[in-house]
Design a protein around this ligand. Sequence first.
Ligand code: ATP
Ligand code: MG
Length: 365
Amino acid sequence: MSAEEVLEFLKEVHHPAKQDRDIVDLGIVQKIDIKDNTVTVTLGFPKQRDPLKKYIVGASRACLIRHLGKGVKAEVEEVEIEAPAASKGTEFTKETLLSVKHIIGVASGKGGVGKSTVAVNLAVALARLGYKVGLADADVYGPSVPLMTGTEGYKPVAEEINGKDYIVPLEKFGVKWMSIGYFADRGQALVWRGPMASNALKQLILQVNWGPLDFLLIDMPPGTGDIHISLMQEIGIEGAVLVTTPQAVALADVEKGADMFRNENINKPIFGLIENMAWFTPEEHPDEKYYIFGRDGGEKMASVLGIPLLGRIPLVQSIRENADQGTPAALSTRPDGVAFVELAGRLADAVKVAGDSTVKSHKDN
Ligand SMILES: Nc1ncnc2c1ncn2[C@@H]1O[C@H](COP(=O)(O)OP(=O)(O)OP(=O)(O)O)[C@@H](O)[C@H]1O
Ligand SMILES: [Mg+2]
């Protein structure tokens, strides 16, 4: 039984007062939790009373019982949600980000290119260079920061400041980490939908007491959807770096990623391209480089996109092993660790140069 299957079942439940649209389509289904023999569905209703709430909760429970069969327990919970309207933005303000100098999205057009690996290692490398760094894992569908940093099982705590609750980020390797993964148990199937996904994300960034930071990196979810756009608008990302692999076929995806930031509604600078898995180096022959995917892919892509190539990271077994062990490669003095530290230095420079030119162009105007 997967969360996606449960979601399919729930499409049979319709809201009689909303042109009979189904509750999935309406964004009422917030969360599906599958654990042992229990399926728990969380339904969200706006604060103002929905007179059909009880009906929908009952109909959802009946629908689950019908489909799940014997031996599986069905639970339906309801939570109050904010109306997904713009009013929401006023509740989470950017207060916590006032002391953050640079908010940078780490993005890619396509999944699986090593975006999270690069983001986590960049954060650690920036910290090694003496910067104050935070990383928010905004990949609500597949958070990887807990595993990659060995912080699985961390349960976030809140602290009250001036009558408001803030989430305390976890500190390790000199970096402040926050991930949606800290709010779920390991192996728990979690599906976030609609406003809940966006709200969870906003909270993950705006309600965290980051403190003073030079850089806050945001590991963006793969793709180029609505979540990205709302994230960039509400958080106020300064710009982005794009991660790619060298294959020519990846170019189209990287262009998609770049277009997202260059879109007139977003219009944020791309500080540069990072070529991951640029070559392969076998562990037993650390001096050898095999350009499996061709040699200058990253360079060509960068020039087509008109952005600098910030760095190239090799495909080496230790990067993957370190990620799986929760000790990022950037902590090491091996060539791959050094590559991340050099990359971090060039990113910091690129961000500063971009900042200076904005200041200049403001003055010119
Ligand atoms: N340079 C590298 N050398 C070796 N392994 C790597 C390298 N970069 C990434 N990997 C491995 O490749 C896998 C995918 O990487 P990662 O999870 O960072 O990709 P992603 O782009 O964030 O994926 P998703 O789109 O699912 O978020 C991981 O197992 C990671 O350890
Ligand atoms: Mg990822």
